[in-house]
Write a protein that binds this ligand. Structure first.
Ligand code: G3I
Length: 317
C-alpha cells in the first residue's frame, strides 16, 4: 500500500501525526509508522510550557529536540505546539503570585526562548491555543484575565520576532463549522490582518464525534482562507463508543474521508494532522469515559478502515 505521506506529498499537502515521546523512543513499530506514513509531526506534549520549563529557569528540551531531530532525519516538517495556552502552564507560574506585568514578561520570554530555539526548524507554530469560549467570548485564562485582549496580538508579534520564517497559527476546537465560536475567531483574524499583526494560519483541531463532521466544514475553511490565511486540520480524531464494530469503523472511515476531501477542496488548506498514531495512544478514553477508537490504527498498530479512507481521499487506490 502506498504510504499516506507519498499520496499527500503528491497532492502538495501535509499528512501529520501527534507524537508521544515515550512511544517514539520506546517502540520501533511506532516510530516506523510515524516516519513511514507521515510527512509532518506535532509534539503531543513535549513542546508545551510545563514540559520545557518544569521549574523556573530549568529548561528541558530533550523530548522536543528529539522530535525535531527525528523529523529532520525523516524529511518531515514540524508543527510546533503550543506557545500560549491556558492549559499545561507550569505550576510555578500559576501558583507564583505574579502580577500582570510580570506575567506579560514571562510569556514574552517563553515565546522568545522556545520559538527562538527552533527558529528555522519549525514549519508552523500554534502560537495561540484555545482562546475562545463556544459562545464566541474570550476564554478566561491566566493570559486573558491578566493581560487583556491584546495577549493574542502580542504573542503573535513576539513569535514573529523570534522566528520570522515560521507560519504563525491560532488553533482551536469546535470551530470546524460556521458557529458563534468560529465567527468570533473569523472576526479576530480579520481585525489582526487589518492591523498588520503577523497571522499566517488557522488550525482547526477537529476532535470530532462519529457521524458529526460539520456539513459546512469546507465552506468554513474557505471563508478563513478568503481572509488571506492558510488553514489546516491540526488534531483530527473521530471518537466513538467502544468497543468499535465493523459498522462504526466504516462510519468513521467515511468521516475521515469527508475531512480530507474538504481540505483538498480548499487551495489554502495545507494539510491534516491526526491526534495520536493509534487507539492505544489516544487522549480520548482518558477524558471521555466509554469512548475511544478515534485514530487511524488500532491498539495493535493495524491500519483501520479509516486509514484506507484517508489514502483513497488523497487519491490512492
Ligand atoms: O507527564 C505527566 C507524568 O509525569 C504524570 O505521572 C502523569 C500522571 O497523570 O501525567 C503526565 O502528564 C500528562 C500529559 O498528558 C503527558 O502524558 C497529563 O496528566 C495529561 O493531562 C496530558 O494530557 C494531554 C492533554 O493535551 C493535556 O491538556 C494529552 O496527552 C494531549 O493529547 C492533549 O492534547 C490536547 C492539545 O494539546 C490541544 N487540543 C486538545 C488536545 C486533547 O486534549
Amino acid at each position: 500500500d502506498t504510504p499516506l505521506r507519498t499520496l499527500a506529498s503528491a497532492d502538495g499537502r501535509q499528512i501529520g501525526v501527534a507524537v508521544a515521546d515515550n512511544r517514539l523512543t520506546g517502540s520501533t513499530a511506532y516510530s516506523s509508522l510515524v516516519s513511514g506514513q507521515f510527512n509532518s509531526v506535532t509534539a503531543e506534549n513535549a513542546m508545551k510550557w510545563d514540559a520545557v520549563e518544569p521549574s523556573q529557569g530549568n529548561l528541558n528540551w530533550a523530548a522536543a529536540d528529539r522530535l525535531v531531530a527525528f523529523a529532520r532525519a525523516n524529511g518531515q516538517v514540524v508543527r510546533g505546539h503550543t506557545l500560549a495556552w491556558h492549559s499545561q502552564v507550569p505550576g510555578w507560574i500559576t501558583n507564583g503570585g505574579f502580577g500582570a506585568a510580570q506575567l506579560r514578561t514571562l510569556l514574552q520570554q517563553h515565546i522568545a526562548t522556545e520559538a527562538g530555539r527552533y527558529a528555522g526548524k519549525v514549519y508552523a507554530w500554534d502560537v495561540v491555543n484555545e482562546a475562545f469560549n463556544d459562545n464566541g467570548t474570550r476564554r478566561s485564562s491566566i493570559w486573558q484575565d491578566n493581560l487583556g485582549d491584546g495577549w493574542i496580538a502580542d504573542s503573535l508579534t513576539w513569535a514573529h520576532q523570534a522566528d520570522p520564517a515560521a507560519k504563525l497559527y491560532i488553533n482551536d476546537y469546535s470551530i470546524e463549522g460556521v458557529n458563534a465560536k468560529s465567527t468570533a475567531l473569523y472576526d479576530l483574524v480579520k481585525s489582526l490582518k487589518q492591523q498588520g499583526v503577523p497571522i499566517d494560519g488557522i488550525g482547526f483541531q477537529a476532535h470530532l464525534v462519529l457521524g458529526q463532521v460539520p456539513s459546512d466544514l469546507k465552506a468554513n475553511l474557505q471563508r478563513f482562507a478568503d481572509l488571506g490565511v492558510d488553514v489546516a486540520i491540526t488534531e483530527l480524531d473521530v471518537r466513538m463508543q467502544t468497543p468499535s464494530n465493523a459498522t462504526t469503523l466504516a462510519s468513521q472511515a467515511e468521516d475521515y474521508r469527508k475531512v480530507i476531501t474538504a481540505c483538498r477542496a480548499v487551495a489554502r488548506c495545507v494539510g491534516v494532522t491526526v491526534w495520536g498514531l493509534d487507539d492505544a495512544d489516544s487522549w480520548v478514553p482518558g477524558v471521555f469515559s466509554g469512548y475511544g477508537a478515534a485514530t487511524l490504527y488500532d491498539e495493535n498498530l493495524q491500519a483501520k478502515p479509516a486509514w484506507a479512507a484517508v489514502a483513497a481521499a488523497f487519491g490512492g487506490s
